[in-house]
Write a protein that binds this ligand. Structure first.
Ligand SMILES: CC(C)(COP(=O)(O)OP(=O)(O)OC[C@H]1O[C@@H](n2cnc3c(N)ncnc32)[C@H](O)[C@@H]1OP(=O)(O)O)[C@@H](O)C(=O)NCCC(=O)NCCS
Length: 288
């Protein structure tokens, strides 16, 4: 029988990644151990264990600059749900973020949103998760734009391009993704060598995740996604702000399906975060 004592909130360290991974597997999520290891190393995890020391609930804060922090991996094992654990962990994370003077952002599932709304989070925009097996369309060249593999030497420029287009400061995350799956990392440049877009990706437990995709235009974003998905076999998942109609049409033409979505939400104002005009795919709801 489940204990009725409210368990203490404990930090989750990098060494606990194997212990918390079953929580995301139970929820059917795509994270690998490498994802947990990165998130717990770059951010701070908090959770609760049961009497046998097993992790029963988790939550995570990933700083994305001084002013913004992403709350993610809010997971409660099935047998402990509806007992207030999710709300307690979330309140703990909010307290930590606000103490640091930052704004909290997150991508809410349908299950998570009923917790976040009463705590003051407001909706920014909806996001559709797409699944597809393989890109049917071959990557085609765009006039005045060249697409090439991204190298380690591009990373400082990449972070400078990303920040004003997304409102996020995330050089460590971009470097992690670029080096983890070089085959999915592509850069688009104009004739003057100026960055006009990029795509990164990572292997997942059930599918390769494509994103982030940041670009000057939707045509460039589509060219980058076509290139990254043609580079090695799928299946793929990609999280796309619902506002991007042509990209949605391209995904439908690849026989992609969208079984669920998220709502991007914030607690407070974060400059640029409410504007997805240059953000064509998330790094992931857990990463921003
Ligand atoms: C979402 C989740 C973390 C909630 O954890 P929890 O410990 O059950 O949450 P709480 O007990 O604090 O619930 C808080 C309130 O949220 C609402 N709520 C929670 N789960 C709900 C559900 N399945 N349907 C409707 N309302 C729900 C209720 O208002 C609930 O209060 P109540 O139980 O007094 O009615 C848990 O269901 C879970 O791990 N889900 C799978 C992973 C997930 O979607 N995480 C959210 C990522 S954004």
């Amino acid at each position: 029988m489940a204990s009725t004592e409210p368990p203490a909130i404990r930090p989750i360290g990098v060494d606990d990644c194997e212990g918390v991974w079953p929580l995301s597997i139970e929820a059917g999520w795509n994270q690998t151990l490498a994802d947990w290891r990165f998130m717990l190393g770059a951010g701070r995890g908090f959770g609760c264990t049961g009497p046998n020391g097993q992790w029963q609930a988790s939550s995570l804060i990933l700083p994305l600059g001084q002013r913004l922090a992403w709350i993610s991996m809010v997971l409660v094992t099935r047998e402990r749900r509806r007992g207030g654990l999710g709300t307690r962990l979330l309140k703990h994370c909010i307290g930590e973020v606000q103490w640091a003077g930052a704004v909290a952002g997150l991508d809410a599932t349908e299950q998570g949103r009923p917790i976040y709304l009463p705590l003051g989070f407001r909706d920014l925009y909806p996001i559709a998760r797409w699944h597809f097996d393989a890109a049917k369309d071959k990557p085609s060249p765009l006039p005045g734009v060249s697409v090439r593999p991204l190298g380690a030497g591009d990373l400082p420029r990449l972070a400078l391009y990303d920040r004003p287009h997304t409102g996020m400061e995330r050089p460590a995350l971009l470097a992690h993704l670029a080096l983890r799956q070089p085959v999915r990392a592509w850069l688009a440049e104009d004739v003057g060598g100026r960055i006009v877009g990029f795509v990164l990706g990572r292997e997942g437990r059930t599918a390769t995740s494509l994103g982030p995709v940041v670009a000057d235009s939707e045509a460039i974003a589509i060219a980058l996604i076509a290139r990254a998905s043609a580079a090695a076999p799928g299946p793929f998942i990609i999280d796309v702000p619902a506002v991007h109609g042509p990209l949605r049409a391209w995904l439908e033409a690849q026989d992609a399906v969208t079984p669920r979505g998220y709502m991007r939400m914030t607690l407070g104002e974060a400059k640029g975060l409410d504007d997805p005009s240059h953000l064509f795919a998330l790094a992931g709801p857990e990463l921003g």
